[in-house]
Design a protein around this ligand. Structure first.
Ligand SMILES: *Cc1c(COP(=O)(O)O)cnc(C)c1O
Length: 388
């Protein structure tokens, strides 16, 4: 510019360019709705589906592309798309892979909002049916010609049954259905979904990936380009944008995720083993314990367990008593979600949630074991049990 800019314009335009060549470990945080093109020809040739260039903030920035590429690599997939929450990622999979007249199968222990979404799909002409999570190869009998998708969750994040993924995948693939796995519990670390045959892996990054109880985000990871392209269409059409700062927070969590996950796992196993010996508790639903339905499958398919498990109280305790137990805990917050440093406890009305519940009337309480000293958590549980 030859003429000096007016102050107002100078507030908006500058000729300054920072020197290139800056290098540091953190991924840069790129905020953008508008992405600039060099000229009109570049704008016209912009192809949002290809991740080798930029078209609009919604379709990706260096920050979101980096997180997607890193998650795909960690999970053993090739493609990844981010969504503003884990539930949004689930919805994106459904909208991408199901259409009017189709049928979807969901495990009866599925993450409850996924179950709700399944019910809502009826309004779009898609039937959702719920199967016994321990059905294994028996799922073949449920797969109809119009069944296009089978959801799995390993394990179910409240009641913890571990499904036989290779058997379910084999039956689904023989009948032309795709299998999606909610791999949130194992953080994409302790369970290798693609190696067991699943087509689509979904993760709630809200949990271990962020690790800070301060971000909502989800991811859908695939290996097959054609399946990825269908999900990519849904990603675009539904406008699944994620915030740059949130993306950065998830990236920041990755280097420590495995160490945190293993610490959650150690703490949870210690607390779970202690609870198993308590007379107030009839069952500890932790996949690494023999009590847990599907424990043998966990042993075969998983390399770890993380911090989330549930217990069933003896039927002699009323809901008022177990609510009091949860209220009396000092180190455990009362609240949903998990995967952060803070321990949490939540009672669930599991008998009302499930069509096939076989573990009696005892109250279920779910624990997220955080990163506190497990001995302090045990002492806290012990004092709260004393108030029952
Ligand atoms: C939390 C969670 C989700 C959803 O994640 P949000 O980011 O909270 O929407 C999905 N599946 C499982 C198993 C979860 O625990």
């Amino acid at each position: 510019m030859t003429n000096p800019k007016s102050q107002q314009t100078a507030l908006i335009h500058t000729d300054y360019e920072a020197p290139s060549g800056f290098a540091a470990f953190p991924t840069a945080i790129h905020h953008a709705s508008t992405v600039l093109f060099k000229n009109v020809a570049a704008l016209r040739s912009g192809e949002w589906r290809e991740k080798n260039a930029y078209t609009y903030g919604l379709h990706g920035t260096p920050t979101t592309f980096t997180l997607e590429a890193r998650l795909a690599e960690i999970e053993g997939g090739l493609h990844c798309l981010l969504a503003p929450s884990g539930l949004a990622a689930i919805a994106m999979v459904d909208f991408a892979l199901l259409k009017s007249g189709d049928d979807v199968l969901l495990p009866d222990n599925v993450y409850n909002p996924n179950r709700e979404l399944g019910r809502w799909l009826a309004d779009f002409g898609v039937s959702a049916r719920y199967y016994d999570p321990l059905i294994g190869a028996g799922i073949a009998a449920l797969i109809q010609p119009n069944t296009k998708l089978v959801w799995t969750e390993a394990p179910g994040s409240v009641s913890m049954e571990v499904p036989d993924l290779p058997a379910i995948c084999k039956a689904a693939h023989e009948k032309g259905a795709l299998v999606a796995l909610d791999n949130t519990w194992a953080a994409g670390l302790a369970l290798r979904g693609f190696e067991l045959g699943v087509d689509v892996v979904m993760q709630a990054l809200t949990k271990y990936q962020s690790g800070g109880s301060d971000v909502l985000m989800g991811a859908v990871i695939t290996r097959d380009r054609a399946v990825h392209d269908r999900i990519s269409q849904a990603h675009m059409r539904l406008g699944m944008g994620v915030g740059a700062d949130d993306t950065y927070l998830v990236l920041r969590g990755l280097p420590t995720m495995k160490l945190r996950f293993e610490a959650h796992d150690r703490g949870a196993r210690k607390v779970a083993a202690w609870l198993k010996a308590r007379p107030e508790i009839t069952k500890v639903l932790h996949p690494a314990l023999e009590d847990c339905p599907g424990h043998d499958i966990w042993k075969r398919d998983f390399s770890g367990a993380g911090g989330l498990f549930s217990v069933l109280f003896d039927e002699r305790y009323t809901e008022a008593q177990t609510d009091r137990f949860v209220d009396e805990l000092k180190l455990f917050g009362i609240g949903y979600s998990w995967g952060g440093a803070n321990s949490l406890a939540v009672p669930y009305r599991i008998q009302a949630m499930r069509q096939d519940w076989q573990h009696g009337k005892g109250i279920l309480v779910r624990f997220n074991i955080g990163l506190e000293d497990p001995d302090d958590l045990i002492a806290d549980i012990e004092q709260a049990l004393g108030k029952l």
